[in-house]
Design a protein around this ligand. Structure first.
Ligand SMILES: Nc1ncnc2c1ncn2[C@@H]1O[C@H](COP(=O)(O)OP(=O)(O)OP(=O)(O)O)[C@@H](O)[C@H]1O
Ligand SMILES: O=C(O)[C@@H](O)C(=O)CO
Length: 428
Protein backbone atom coordinates (compact mmCIF):
# COMPACT_ATOMS: atom_id res chain seq x y z
CA UNK A 1 0.00 0.00 0.00
CA UNK A 2 1.09 3.63 0.36
CA UNK A 3 0.94 6.03 -2.57
CA UNK A 4 2.25 5.66 -6.03
CA UNK A 5 5.39 7.76 -5.65
CA UNK A 6 8.44 5.53 -5.56
CA UNK A 7 10.85 6.99 -3.05
CA UNK A 8 13.69 4.96 -1.62
CA UNK A 9 14.44 4.80 2.09
CA UNK A 10 12.87 3.38 5.22
CA UNK A 11 10.17 4.52 7.59
CA UNK A 12 10.89 8.09 8.68
CA UNK A 13 8.02 8.64 11.05
CA UNK A 14 6.56 5.93 13.27
CA UNK A 15 3.22 7.03 14.71
CA UNK A 16 1.08 5.67 17.52
CA UNK A 17 -2.50 6.98 17.58
CA UNK A 18 -4.79 6.52 20.58
CA UNK A 19 -7.93 6.07 18.49
CA UNK A 20 -8.88 5.11 14.97
CA UNK A 21 -10.36 8.37 13.69
CA UNK A 22 -7.36 10.16 15.17
CA UNK A 23 -5.08 7.83 13.25
CA UNK A 24 -6.70 8.65 9.90
CA UNK A 25 -6.64 12.34 10.84
CA UNK A 26 -2.88 12.15 11.37
CA UNK A 27 -2.36 10.03 8.25
CA UNK A 28 -4.39 12.58 6.27
CA UNK A 29 -2.11 15.45 7.31
CA UNK A 30 1.00 13.42 6.50
CA UNK A 31 -0.36 12.45 3.06
CA UNK A 32 -1.23 16.09 2.35
CA UNK A 33 2.34 17.01 3.23
CA UNK A 34 3.59 14.45 0.68
CA UNK A 35 4.39 11.38 2.76
CA UNK A 36 3.49 7.88 1.62
CA UNK A 37 1.52 6.54 4.57
CA UNK A 38 0.01 3.27 5.65
CA UNK A 39 -2.30 2.98 8.66
CA UNK A 40 -2.43 -0.32 10.50
CA UNK A 41 -5.24 -1.39 12.78
CA UNK A 42 -3.50 -2.43 15.96
CA UNK A 43 0.10 -3.63 16.08
CA UNK A 44 0.76 -5.87 13.06
CA UNK A 45 2.01 -9.39 13.70
CA UNK A 46 4.31 -9.26 10.67
CA UNK A 47 6.86 -6.77 9.33
CA UNK A 48 5.71 -4.04 6.95
CA UNK A 49 5.47 -5.38 3.39
CA UNK A 50 5.55 -2.05 1.60
CA UNK A 51 7.81 0.97 1.30
CA UNK A 52 6.34 4.06 2.96
CA UNK A 53 7.57 7.21 4.68
CA UNK A 54 5.28 6.93 7.68
CA UNK A 55 3.25 4.27 9.43
CA UNK A 56 0.40 5.10 11.77
CA UNK A 57 -0.43 2.30 14.20
CA UNK A 58 -4.04 2.86 15.26
CA UNK A 59 -4.77 1.78 18.82
CA UNK A 60 -8.01 2.06 20.76
CA UNK A 61 -6.23 3.15 23.93
CA UNK A 62 -7.71 6.54 24.78
CA UNK A 63 -10.12 5.39 27.45
CA UNK A 64 -8.82 1.99 28.53
CA UNK A 65 -6.96 1.46 31.84
CA UNK A 66 -3.62 3.35 31.85
CA UNK A 67 -1.57 0.13 32.30
CA UNK A 68 -3.17 -1.36 29.20
CA UNK A 69 -2.69 1.84 27.21
CA UNK A 70 0.98 1.86 28.18
CA UNK A 71 1.46 -1.82 27.30
CA UNK A 72 -0.20 -1.43 23.88
CA UNK A 73 1.74 1.76 23.11
CA UNK A 74 5.05 0.12 24.04
CA UNK A 75 4.21 -2.84 21.79
CA UNK A 76 3.50 -0.39 18.96
CA UNK A 77 6.77 1.41 19.65
CA UNK A 78 8.74 -1.82 19.50
CA UNK A 79 7.16 -2.80 16.18
CA UNK A 80 7.78 0.68 14.73
CA UNK A 81 11.41 0.54 15.84
CA UNK A 82 11.75 -2.85 14.16
CA UNK A 83 10.54 -1.17 10.93
CA UNK A 84 13.36 1.37 11.31
CA UNK A 85 11.27 4.42 12.34
CA UNK A 86 13.58 7.40 12.84
CA UNK A 87 11.19 9.56 14.88
CA UNK A 88 8.17 8.54 16.98
CA UNK A 89 4.90 10.53 17.04
CA UNK A 90 2.29 9.86 19.73
CA UNK A 91 -1.04 11.22 18.42
CA UNK A 92 -3.91 12.09 20.75
CA UNK A 93 -7.03 14.14 20.32
CA UNK A 94 -7.03 17.83 19.34
CA UNK A 95 -9.30 18.34 22.34
CA UNK A 96 -6.75 16.54 24.57
CA UNK A 97 -9.35 13.88 25.49
CA UNK A 98 -8.21 12.10 28.63
CA UNK A 99 -9.30 11.27 32.13
CA UNK A 100 -7.49 12.41 35.33
CA UNK A 101 -5.71 9.01 35.27
CA UNK A 102 -4.59 9.34 31.68
CA UNK A 103 -3.84 8.20 29.19
CA UNK A 104 -1.80 10.98 27.60
CA UNK A 105 0.56 11.38 30.57
CA UNK A 106 1.24 7.71 31.37
CA UNK A 107 1.78 6.79 27.70
CA UNK A 108 4.12 9.76 27.16
CA UNK A 109 6.13 8.84 30.27
CA UNK A 110 6.45 5.23 29.15
CA UNK A 111 7.46 6.12 25.58
CA UNK A 112 10.06 8.59 26.87
CA UNK A 113 11.55 5.97 29.13
CA UNK A 114 11.62 3.34 26.40
CA UNK A 115 13.26 5.78 23.99
CA UNK A 116 15.75 6.95 26.61
CA UNK A 117 14.78 10.58 26.15
CA UNK A 118 14.10 13.14 28.88
CA UNK A 119 12.35 15.86 26.87
CA UNK A 120 9.38 16.08 24.52
CA UNK A 121 6.56 18.41 23.56
CA UNK A 122 2.79 18.18 23.84
CA UNK A 123 0.37 20.23 21.76
CA UNK A 124 -3.08 19.37 20.42
CA UNK A 125 -3.11 22.53 18.25
CA UNK A 126 -4.86 21.92 14.90
CA UNK A 127 -5.76 25.34 13.43
CA UNK A 128 -7.42 23.81 10.33
CA UNK A 129 -10.04 22.48 12.75
CA UNK A 130 -10.02 25.58 14.96
CA UNK A 131 -8.02 24.03 17.80
CA UNK A 132 -5.54 26.62 19.02
CA UNK A 133 -3.33 26.84 22.09
CA UNK A 134 -2.52 30.22 23.66
CA UNK A 135 -0.57 30.58 26.93
CA UNK A 136 -1.19 26.89 27.44
CA UNK A 137 -4.99 27.26 27.22
CA UNK A 138 -6.78 25.17 24.59
CA UNK A 139 -9.49 26.80 22.50
CA UNK A 140 -12.00 24.86 20.37
CA UNK A 141 -13.39 27.38 17.92
CA UNK A 142 -13.95 30.69 19.66
CA UNK A 143 -14.31 29.29 23.16
CA UNK A 144 -12.18 27.58 25.76
CA UNK A 145 -12.19 23.78 25.72
CA UNK A 146 -14.44 23.53 28.79
CA UNK A 147 -17.11 25.69 27.12
CA UNK A 148 -17.03 23.90 23.77
CA UNK A 149 -19.30 20.96 24.58
CA UNK A 150 -16.30 18.80 25.50
CA UNK A 151 -17.24 19.27 29.16
CA UNK A 152 -20.15 16.90 28.39
CA UNK A 153 -18.22 14.22 26.50
CA UNK A 154 -19.62 10.77 27.40
CA UNK A 155 -16.22 9.21 28.18
CA UNK A 156 -13.66 12.00 28.61
CA UNK A 157 -15.36 15.16 29.88
CA UNK A 158 -12.84 18.03 29.64
CA UNK A 159 -13.53 20.58 32.34
CA UNK A 160 -10.16 22.40 32.51
CA UNK A 161 -8.75 24.23 29.45
CA UNK A 162 -5.28 24.74 30.99
CA UNK A 163 -3.15 22.02 29.42
CA UNK A 164 -0.18 22.49 31.74
CA UNK A 165 -2.49 21.71 34.64
CA UNK A 166 -4.31 18.88 32.86
CA UNK A 167 -1.11 17.13 31.80
CA UNK A 168 0.68 17.73 35.10
CA UNK A 169 -2.07 15.73 36.83
CA UNK A 170 -1.28 12.72 34.61
CA UNK A 171 2.51 12.60 34.40
CA UNK A 172 5.54 11.99 36.62
CA UNK A 173 7.47 14.62 34.61
CA UNK A 174 7.48 18.34 35.26
CA UNK A 175 5.34 20.12 32.65
CA UNK A 176 6.36 23.53 31.22
CA UNK A 177 5.23 25.90 28.48
CA UNK A 178 6.66 27.24 25.22
CA UNK A 179 4.44 30.22 24.69
CA UNK A 180 3.37 32.08 21.61
CA UNK A 181 5.99 34.83 21.90
CA UNK A 182 8.74 32.24 21.57
CA UNK A 183 7.02 30.54 18.62
CA UNK A 184 6.82 33.92 16.86
CA UNK A 185 10.60 34.28 17.13
CA UNK A 186 11.30 31.18 15.04
CA UNK A 187 12.86 27.73 15.26
CA UNK A 188 16.14 28.78 16.90
CA UNK A 189 14.28 30.58 19.68
CA UNK A 190 12.07 27.52 20.19
CA UNK A 191 15.13 25.27 20.46
CA UNK A 192 16.68 27.68 22.96
CA UNK A 193 13.50 27.60 25.02
CA UNK A 194 13.51 23.77 24.95
CA UNK A 195 17.06 23.86 26.36
CA UNK A 196 16.12 26.39 29.06
CA UNK A 197 13.11 24.31 30.12
CA UNK A 198 15.22 21.17 30.27
CA UNK A 199 17.71 23.01 32.51
CA UNK A 200 14.78 23.77 34.83
CA UNK A 201 13.93 20.07 35.00
CA UNK A 202 10.94 20.22 32.65
CA UNK A 203 10.31 16.93 30.83
CA UNK A 204 7.26 17.84 28.72
CA UNK A 205 6.56 21.27 27.22
CA UNK A 206 3.06 22.30 26.19
CA UNK A 207 3.50 24.39 23.02
CA UNK A 208 1.31 27.30 21.89
CA UNK A 209 0.23 27.46 18.23
CA UNK A 210 -2.41 29.67 16.63
CA UNK A 211 -1.91 29.08 12.92
CA UNK A 212 -0.44 26.54 10.50
CA UNK A 213 2.61 28.80 10.10
CA UNK A 214 3.34 28.27 13.82
CA UNK A 215 3.24 24.50 13.32
CA UNK A 216 5.61 24.71 10.36
CA UNK A 217 8.05 26.78 12.45
CA UNK A 218 7.67 24.34 15.33
CA UNK A 219 8.23 21.40 12.96
CA UNK A 220 11.69 22.69 12.07
CA UNK A 221 12.58 22.89 15.77
CA UNK A 222 11.50 19.26 16.25
CA UNK A 223 14.05 17.83 13.82
CA UNK A 224 15.83 14.96 15.53
CA UNK A 225 13.62 14.93 18.66
CA UNK A 226 13.14 11.20 19.37
CA UNK A 227 9.52 11.56 20.51
CA UNK A 228 6.88 14.10 19.51
CA UNK A 229 3.45 14.03 21.21
CA UNK A 230 0.64 16.02 19.62
CA UNK A 231 -2.71 16.14 17.88
CA UNK A 232 -2.48 15.78 14.12
CA UNK A 233 -1.58 19.44 13.52
CA UNK A 234 2.16 19.14 14.20
CA UNK A 235 2.36 16.60 11.36
CA UNK A 236 2.18 19.36 8.76
CA UNK A 237 5.62 20.60 9.83
CA UNK A 238 7.56 17.31 10.00
CA UNK A 239 7.83 15.89 6.46
CA UNK A 240 10.03 18.86 5.44
CA UNK A 241 12.65 17.65 7.95
CA UNK A 242 13.02 14.50 5.84
CA UNK A 243 13.22 16.40 2.53
CA UNK A 244 9.63 15.47 1.61
CA UNK A 245 7.31 17.95 -0.15
CA UNK A 246 3.57 17.81 -1.06
CA UNK A 247 2.75 15.36 -3.88
CA UNK A 248 -0.66 15.33 -5.60
CA UNK A 249 -0.42 11.57 -6.31
CA UNK A 250 -0.22 10.76 -2.62
CA UNK A 251 -3.99 10.47 -2.14
CA UNK A 252 -4.97 8.29 -5.13
CA UNK A 253 -7.47 5.49 -4.30
CA UNK A 254 -9.28 2.86 -6.44
CA UNK A 255 -12.58 3.95 -8.05
CA UNK A 256 -15.60 3.88 -5.73
CA UNK A 257 -18.57 1.56 -6.25
CA UNK A 258 -21.42 -0.07 -4.30
CA UNK A 259 -24.08 1.12 -1.85
CA UNK A 260 -23.68 4.00 0.62
CA UNK A 261 -24.33 4.22 4.36
CA UNK A 262 -23.47 6.20 7.49
CA UNK A 263 -23.32 4.79 11.03
CA UNK A 264 -22.89 7.16 13.95
CA UNK A 265 -22.20 6.50 17.63
CA UNK A 266 -20.71 9.92 18.27
CA UNK A 267 -22.64 12.26 20.58
CA UNK A 268 -20.37 15.25 19.94
CA UNK A 269 -21.78 18.67 19.09
CA UNK A 270 -20.77 18.53 15.41
CA UNK A 271 -22.17 15.02 14.94
CA UNK A 272 -25.51 16.03 16.46
CA UNK A 273 -25.68 18.80 13.83
CA UNK A 274 -24.70 16.40 11.04
CA UNK A 275 -27.37 13.88 12.04
CA UNK A 276 -29.98 16.66 12.13
CA UNK A 277 -28.84 17.93 8.71
CA UNK A 278 -29.04 14.42 7.20
CA UNK A 279 -32.55 13.88 8.61
CA UNK A 280 -33.57 17.28 7.21
CA UNK A 281 -32.71 16.09 3.69
CA UNK A 282 -35.48 13.48 4.02
CA UNK A 283 -33.08 10.58 3.49
CA UNK A 284 -33.76 7.40 5.56
CA UNK A 285 -32.42 7.63 9.13
CA UNK A 286 -32.90 5.15 11.97
CA UNK A 287 -32.24 5.94 15.66
CA UNK A 288 -30.87 3.18 17.89
CA UNK A 289 -32.22 3.09 21.44
CA UNK A 290 -29.54 1.93 23.95
CA UNK A 291 -32.20 0.83 26.44
CA UNK A 292 -33.64 -1.64 23.92
CA UNK A 293 -30.14 -3.07 23.41
CA UNK A 294 -29.88 -3.47 27.20
CA UNK A 295 -33.26 -5.26 27.24
CA UNK A 296 -31.86 -7.80 24.79
CA UNK A 297 -33.86 -6.75 21.72
CA UNK A 298 -32.36 -7.70 18.34
CA UNK A 299 -31.54 -4.09 17.48
CA UNK A 300 -28.91 -5.10 14.94
CA UNK A 301 -31.30 -7.41 13.08
CA UNK A 302 -34.05 -4.78 13.08
CA UNK A 303 -31.69 -2.12 11.72
CA UNK A 304 -30.48 -4.34 8.90
CA UNK A 305 -34.04 -5.36 8.00
CA UNK A 306 -34.96 -1.64 7.94
CA UNK A 307 -31.97 -0.76 5.72
CA UNK A 308 -32.19 -3.67 3.28
CA UNK A 309 -34.66 -2.22 0.75
CA UNK A 310 -33.70 1.42 1.30
CA UNK A 311 -30.03 1.15 0.35
CA UNK A 312 -30.66 1.07 -3.38
CA UNK A 313 -32.11 4.59 -3.16
CA UNK A 314 -28.94 6.23 -1.81
CA UNK A 315 -27.24 6.72 1.55
CA UNK A 316 -28.99 5.66 4.77
CA UNK A 317 -28.05 6.63 8.33
CA UNK A 318 -28.18 4.47 11.48
CA UNK A 319 -27.34 6.42 14.63
CA UNK A 320 -27.30 6.39 18.43
CA UNK A 321 -26.19 10.04 18.44
CA UNK A 322 -28.05 11.94 21.14
CA UNK A 323 -27.93 15.21 23.07
CA UNK A 324 -25.95 15.35 26.37
CA UNK A 325 -29.02 15.15 28.64
CA UNK A 326 -30.22 11.98 26.94
CA UNK A 327 -26.72 10.45 27.04
CA UNK A 328 -26.48 11.21 30.78
CA UNK A 329 -29.85 9.60 31.39
CA UNK A 330 -28.78 6.43 29.54
CA UNK A 331 -25.46 6.35 31.39
CA UNK A 332 -27.31 6.78 34.69
CA UNK A 333 -29.40 3.69 33.91
CA UNK A 334 -26.70 1.49 32.34
CA UNK A 335 -23.35 2.85 33.56
CA UNK A 336 -20.94 4.91 31.42
CA UNK A 337 -18.70 2.09 30.22
CA UNK A 338 -21.47 -0.46 29.78
CA UNK A 339 -23.59 1.96 27.76
CA UNK A 340 -20.60 2.90 25.59
CA UNK A 341 -19.49 -0.67 24.96
CA UNK A 342 -23.00 -1.94 24.23
CA UNK A 343 -23.79 0.81 21.74
CA UNK A 344 -20.38 0.45 20.07
CA UNK A 345 -20.81 -3.30 19.62
CA UNK A 346 -24.31 -2.91 18.21
CA UNK A 347 -23.28 -0.22 15.73
CA UNK A 348 -20.23 -2.27 14.75
CA UNK A 349 -22.48 -5.27 14.08
CA UNK A 350 -24.75 -3.07 11.97
CA UNK A 351 -21.76 -1.71 10.01
CA UNK A 352 -20.61 -5.25 9.27
CA UNK A 353 -24.13 -6.25 8.25
CA UNK A 354 -24.45 -3.23 5.95
CA UNK A 355 -21.22 -4.17 4.18
CA UNK A 356 -22.52 -7.73 3.84
CA UNK A 357 -25.60 -6.17 2.17
CA UNK A 358 -23.35 -4.50 -0.41
CA UNK A 359 -22.34 -1.19 1.16
CA UNK A 360 -18.95 -0.23 -0.26
CA UNK A 361 -18.92 3.44 0.78
CA UNK A 362 -19.23 3.68 4.55
CA UNK A 363 -18.95 6.73 6.80
CA UNK A 364 -18.47 6.04 10.52
CA UNK A 365 -18.81 8.85 13.07
CA UNK A 366 -17.01 8.70 16.42
CA UNK A 367 -13.55 7.54 17.44
CA UNK A 368 -14.55 4.70 19.75
CA UNK A 369 -17.34 3.76 17.37
CA UNK A 370 -14.89 3.68 14.45
CA UNK A 371 -12.57 1.43 16.44
CA UNK A 372 -15.38 -1.04 17.03
CA UNK A 373 -16.53 -0.91 13.36
CA UNK A 374 -13.06 -1.40 11.90
CA UNK A 375 -12.53 -4.36 14.23
CA UNK A 376 -15.91 -5.87 13.31
CA UNK A 377 -14.97 -5.51 9.64
CA UNK A 378 -11.61 -7.19 10.40
CA UNK A 379 -9.74 -4.45 8.57
CA UNK A 380 -5.97 -4.76 9.05
CA UNK A 381 -4.62 -1.86 6.99
CA UNK A 382 -6.02 1.24 5.31
CA UNK A 383 -4.73 3.29 2.45
CA UNK A 384 -5.36 7.02 2.91
CA UNK A 385 -7.06 9.02 0.15
CA UNK A 386 -8.32 12.55 -0.40
CA UNK A 387 -9.55 14.78 2.39
CA UNK A 388 -13.32 15.32 2.70
CA UNK A 389 -13.01 17.95 5.45
CA UNK A 390 -9.95 18.80 7.58
CA UNK A 391 -8.98 15.70 9.54
CA UNK A 392 -11.23 13.28 7.62
CA UNK A 393 -10.03 11.51 4.46
CA UNK A 394 -11.65 8.74 2.49
CA UNK A 395 -9.69 5.53 2.99
CA UNK A 396 -9.65 2.20 1.16
CA UNK A 397 -9.42 -1.13 2.96
CA UNK A 398 -9.89 -4.85 2.47
CA UNK A 399 -12.31 -6.78 4.68
CA UNK A 400 -13.54 -10.38 4.64
CA UNK A 401 -16.99 -8.79 4.22
CA UNK A 402 -15.74 -6.89 1.12
CA UNK A 403 -12.87 -8.90 -0.37
CA UNK A 404 -12.44 -6.46 -3.29
CA UNK A 405 -12.25 -3.60 -0.82
CA UNK A 406 -14.45 -0.78 0.44
CA UNK A 407 -14.15 2.95 0.88
CA UNK A 408 -14.46 4.00 4.49
CA UNK A 409 -14.29 7.40 6.20
CA UNK A 410 -13.74 7.55 9.96
CA UNK A 411 -15.05 10.90 11.18
CA UNK A 412 -13.92 12.26 14.51
CA UNK A 413 -16.81 13.43 16.66
CA UNK A 414 -16.28 17.13 16.30
CA UNK A 415 -14.98 17.24 12.74
CA UNK A 416 -16.79 18.04 9.51
CA UNK A 417 -19.33 20.56 8.25
CA UNK A 418 -23.06 20.04 9.03
CA UNK A 419 -23.69 18.48 5.58
CA UNK A 420 -20.81 16.00 6.00
CA UNK A 421 -22.99 12.86 5.82
CA UNK A 422 -24.17 13.69 2.31
CA UNK A 423 -21.17 15.68 1.09
CA UNK A 424 -18.76 12.82 1.80
CA UNK A 425 -20.29 10.64 -0.95
CA UNK A 426 -20.01 13.41 -3.52
CA UNK A 427 -16.25 13.47 -2.96
CA UNK A 428 -15.65 9.91 -4.16
N1 LIG B 1 -27.24 7.42 23.05
C1 LIG B 1 -26.14 7.09 23.72
N2 LIG B 1 -26.15 6.99 25.07
C2 LIG B 1 -25.03 6.67 25.75
N3 LIG B 1 -23.83 6.44 25.17
C3 LIG B 1 -23.78 6.53 23.83
C4 LIG B 1 -24.92 6.84 23.05
N4 LIG B 1 -24.56 6.87 21.76
C5 LIG B 1 -23.27 6.57 21.72
N5 LIG B 1 -22.78 6.36 22.97
C6 LIG B 1 -21.40 6.04 23.32
O1 LIG B 1 -20.68 7.27 23.42
C7 LIG B 1 -19.34 7.07 23.00
C8 LIG B 1 -19.03 8.08 21.90
O2 LIG B 1 -17.66 8.01 21.66
P1 LIG B 1 -17.04 8.09 20.22
O3 LIG B 1 -15.56 8.12 20.43
O4 LIG B 1 -17.57 7.04 19.33
O5 LIG B 1 -17.56 9.48 19.65
P2 LIG B 1 -16.87 10.90 19.84
O6 LIG B 1 -16.27 10.97 21.20
O7 LIG B 1 -17.86 11.90 19.44
O8 LIG B 1 -15.74 10.85 18.75
P3 LIG B 1 -14.20 11.28 18.87
O9 LIG B 1 -13.58 10.37 19.89
O10 LIG B 1 -13.73 11.01 17.49
O11 LIG B 1 -14.21 12.71 19.26
C9 LIG B 1 -19.24 5.63 22.51
O12 LIG B 1 -18.73 4.79 23.52
C10 LIG B 1 -20.70 5.30 22.20
O13 LIG B 1 -20.99 3.92 22.24
O1 LIG C 1 -7.48 15.11 16.94
C1 LIG C 1 -8.69 14.99 16.79
O2 LIG C 1 -9.52 15.82 17.19
C2 LIG C 1 -9.19 13.72 16.18
O3 LIG C 1 -8.26 13.19 15.31
C3 LIG C 1 -9.47 12.73 17.23
O4 LIG C 1 -8.57 12.13 17.75
C4 LIG C 1 -10.88 12.53 17.63
O5 LIG C 1 -11.09 11.26 18.19
Amino acid sequence: MGNSTERQGGVRLGCIADDFTGATDLANNLVRAGMRVVQTIGVPAAPLDTQVDAVVVALKSRTIAPEQAVAQSLAALQWLQEQGAEQIYFKYCSTFDSTPEGNIGPVTDALMQALGTDFTIATPAFPDNKRTVFKGYLFAGDVLLNESGMQDHPLTPMKDPNLVRVLQAQTQKKVGLVDYQTIAQGADAIRARFAALQAEGVGIAIVDALANADLVTLGAALQGMPLVTAGSGVAIGLPQNFGIAPDSQAAALPAAEGLQAVVSGSCSVATNQQVAAFIATGRPALAIDPLRIAEGADVRGEALAWARDKLAGGPVLVYSTAEPASVRAIQGRLGVEQAGAMVEQTIAGIARGLVELGVRQLVVAGGETSGACVQALQIAQMRIGAQIDPGVPWCHALSPAAPQGLHIALKSGNFGTPDFFTKAFSRL
